[in-house]
Design a protein around this ligand. Structure first.
Ligand code: 5IU
Length: 262
């Protein structure tokens, strides 16, 4: 489903504002690469964000691992997002009841909703988690991804869990615009969930801690996903961040063009 449609075509008909912005951006910038920057120092995070910026549609963060986090960090990230034309995705993986996640999303030190265009949530607690996040995020124009499938070995996100997660998304399409998953999740021609897929690498198959890697071709062409999320494959060697960004951007886009022709 939707394999024949370009990102640009999908942007035109998508009902979710955040999805529209992302699809338009991908078409405009010709990239389906998201870089995951899991580093623990503010200066390093900003330097990598600046280096990968021209190549990505989405910059994925884990803001709570930054030792020297401060408000200036998110202000600089927002500035880089404007300069380079990318969206910010705080991979927070909310997992509590609705009332608690509201505060975790909008309050505390990080105030994620104030700067992150996209965030994500586990569906373990049931639908209240979506409603809680939506109360905070929707008025700000934010979008949510549900964790339908994880990339790591032995993940419990499968079978009925995944099916139920998709059903929850279907009931909240004003706010939920897609999934973190390993394959396309649409069940009818009318559905157009965006699937962002971590566990992407061209050189290695895993990391010794359960991560499992597939190639951009496997993810985009064989599994019908939309965005490849690459972390250490891009920033693992500090001298090659730009080269690797270009390499993964090119591989992701070539795979997308191949899929469009099918
Ligand atoms: N991530 C996964 N798998 C998942 C989910 C998130 O790897 O199922 I949900 C995150 C973890 C890390 C990034 O921030 O995506 C992948 O980084 P590497 O490419 O360095 O493995």
């Amino acid at each position: 489903m939707n394999t024949f449609k370009t990102y640009g075509d999908r942007a035109k008909s998508h009902s979710n504002a955040c999805a529209r912005s992302l699809l338009e951006l991908m078409e405009r910038k010709q990239t389906n690469l998201s870089v995951a920057v899991d580093v623990t120092k503010k200066a390093e995070l900003l330097s990598i964000a600046n280096a990968v910026g021209p190549y990505v549609c989405v910059l994925k963060t884990h803001i709570d691992i930054v030792d020297d986090f401060d408000q200036d960090l998110v202000e600089q990230l927002e500035q880089l997002a404007k300069t380079h034309d990318f969206m910010i995705f705080e991979d927070r993986k909310f997992a509590d009841i609705g009332n608690t996640v509201k505060h975790q999303y909008g309050n505390g030190i990080y105030k994620i909703a104030s700067w992150s265009h996209i965030t994500n949530a586990h569906t373990v607690p049931g639908e209240g988690i979506i409603q809680g996040l939506k109360d905070v995020g929707l008025p700000l124009g934010r979008g949510l991804l549900l964790l339908a499938e994880m990339s790591s070995k032995g993940a419990l996100t499968k079978g009925d869990y995944t099916t139920e997660s998709v059903a929850m998304a279907r009931r909240h399409q004003d706010f939920v615009f897609g999934f973190i998953a390993q394959q396309q999740m649409n069940q009818t021609d009318d559905e157009d969930f965006i699937v962002m897929t971590p566990g992407v690498g061209l050189d290695v198959k895993g990391d010794g801690l359960g991560q499992q890697y597939r190639t951009p071709h496997q993810v985009i062409v064989d599994s019908g996903c939309d965005v490849i999320i690459v972390g250490r494959g891009v920033y693992g060697n500090p001298d090659q961040v730009q080269q690797q960004s270009a390499r993964y951007r090119d591989a992701g886009w070539a795979a997308y063009l191949e899929r469009c022709q099918q």
